[in-house]
Ligand binder design. Structure first.
Ligand SMILES: [Zn+2]
Length: 151
């Protein structure tokens, strides 16, 4: 995505996501994961909703099968886009320990997938990491900053 692409998130959704991370922090830093849906406009994406798919758990575990993890992700994303007409689908998980950077396991997963976006939700912030190593030796890793909007 180009540098002038903007990411917008309505305040109520931002607050709900932050709350998920805060609850996790109060509960032994349990992590929650799911999907974030967004509409694509000309030069920005605007978050429309989200879905929690993974119950709170200690996470950043190594996938049991890397190939299955990739297949399942691609299948789910295609299904959401085709059947529910969602423009943009991103995977998210919480970092209740407030760490905005990607965990080593997050990087290993992105590296296996070659490209993708990982949204990280801390008790204070929603941010994303865009990863792409399809055409470069060293992966491109860009931080996605979300602008909170009041609708
Ligand atoms: Zn992580």
């Amino acid at each position: 995505m180009s540098i002038d692409f903007r990411y917008l998130i309505p305040e109520p959704i931002f607050n709900e996501l932050i709350e998920l991370s805060k609850q996790g922090h109060a509960d032994d830093d349990k992590i929650v994961a799911g999907w974030i849906y967004a509409d694509r406009k000309e030069n920005f994406g605007i978050v429309k909703g989200y879905e929690v798919t993974k119950d709170p758990a200690k996470s950043h575990e190594k996938p049991k099968s890397w190939m299955r993890m990739k297949k399942r992700k691609l299948y789910q994303m295609r299904k959401l886009k085709d059947e529910d007409n969602i423009d943009i689908v991103w995977q998210f998980h919480t970092h209740p320990d407030s760490k905005e950077e990607l965990h080593d396991m997050d990087l290993q997963i992105l590296n296996y997938l070659s490209t993708g976006v990982m949204i990280v939700i801390t008790p204070d912030n929603v941010l994303g990491w865009y990863f792409d190593k399809r055409e470069t030796k060293k992966p491109i890793i860009d931080k996605m900053v979300f602008e909170i909007i009041n609708e």
